[in-house]
Design a protein around this ligand. Structure first.
Ligand code: BGC
Length: 366
């Protein structure tokens, strides 16, 4: 609390006495604006200035906003947090570890009540958890786990299940043959969980000799361009004899499809993705992508906002699951993902308003 706040509170107290209602606001740079409405208080119950209720402030440190899904996360999470009467300050680091750490430090120094983090690098961000805890601030890992740190809570989808849904759909379609696995970013714990899920399903097929994994590679920073290069390598190394591709998300699947297009194979080789991004869903409609996994972001943001605000107010959260992050068993809330292909686009993502029918099919008529 700076001197400004102390004088602001005194002013607030005096105003409350005079008017029974007040507002307190600082602008300066325009970045730290706090408004506080105080309802009229009967004179017998006038609170001391220090007792006036302050708004909870949440800091949200994001890896990036350069992908469709994270814009949804940002907008919906902000809405949900604000609907619960709290404030939120959001910073995004465009995939830069050093920048994400310094942004999170800024949020801690500003005195947020709780820090929510989508880490770019699951390991590098651990230092921030220690720093936040020293300042008495709890840290929630949002969508991606933070490794090797005393994280207070992890809220995400069941990422292992996402991989299982992809591999189940693909093995149903292609029970034998040469598979390519285009993974996510090695630095993102989700990429490891997704891969684990995929191989949980593929392993019996591999053991029986029905499926061969002809190529298996991570994708640096989830970049579609790297995924495209990797898919080119996979095709060249196997003389084009690939029967199915599982890509860790729709963006990497788009890179895969570009490589297939260059070889005249788009639509010939089944491709799985994840996220139900608009471009991915359109590729499913066109037939160049086979399936995606839909994760209702609205549900994730609603659930997270409720838990986060409860924790920020000093409340506690009990979870049924825990996930080991290399240091502790982190209490975890893992929401269920949904497999989507041509047959259930309308019943899932369109019914939920995730994308409109017009955006998916180009018109309301079908
Ligand atoms: C998320 C995916 C996303 C990917 C790339 C993962 O951690 O779970 O939904 O596509 O990061 O941003």
């Amino acid at each position: 609390m700076g001197r400004f706040w102390i004088s602001c509170r005194i002013a607030l107290f005096l105003l409350m006495l005079m008017l029974g209602a007040s507002a307190c606001e600082q602008d300066g740079t325009g970045e730290r604006v706090v408004q506080q409405k105080i309802s009229p208080t009967p004179s017998t119950e006038v609170k001391k200035a220090g007792e006036a209720e302050e708004k909870i402030k949440i800091g949200f440190s994001m890896d990036t906003l350069l992908e469709e899904r994270w814009l949804k996360d940002r907008d919906l999470f902000k809405k949900e947090v604000e609907a619960l009467g709290a404030e939120i300050e959001i910073m995004a680091a465009s995939g830069d570890d050093a920048l994400q750490i310094s942004q999170a430090e800024t949020l801690i120094d500003e005195g947020v009540d709780l820090l929510v983090v989508v880490p770019h690098n699951a390991e590098a961000i651990a230092a921030i958890v220690h720093k936040a805890h020293k300042a008495g601030i709890k840290v929630i890992a949002y969508d991606r786990l933070i490794k090797n740190a005393d994280v207070d809570l992890y809220v995400s989808f069941d990422n292992e299940k996402v991989g299982e849904l992809q591999a189940k759909a693909m093995t149903r379609l292609v029970p034998e043959g040469n598979y390519v696995y285009i993974g996510g970013a090695d630095t993102d714990n989700n990429a490891h969980l997704l891969k684990k899920g995929v191989f949980n399903v593929l392993q019996p097929f591999i053991d029986s000799g029905k499926i061969t994994v002809a190529y298996d590679q991570w994708t640096k920073d989830w970049s579609p361009a790297s995924a495209e290069e990797n898919m080119m390598d996979a095709l060249e190394a196997n003389g084009g004899r690939i029967d199915a591709v599982i890509a860790a998300n729709d963006a990497t699947a788009a890179g895969v499809i570009k490589a297939l297009e260059a070889k005249g194979l788009a639509g010939e080789i089944p491709v799985a993705g994840q996220d139900a991004e608009l471009a991915g869903v359109r590729s499913i409609v066109e037939g160049t992508q086979t399936m995606t996994v839909y994760k209702p972001i609205k549900l994730l943001t609603k659930e997270s906002a409720e838990l986060v605000v409860r924790l920020a107010k000093g409340g506690s959260v009990e979870t049924e699951q825990k996930i080991n992050n290399g240091k502790v068993e982190v209490p975890a809330v893992l929401l269920p993902p949904v497999a989507v292909d041509k047959a259930n686009i309308e019943d899932t993502i369109i019914a939920d308003g995730f994308h409109s029918k017009k955006d998916v099919y180009g018109s309301e008529e079908r």
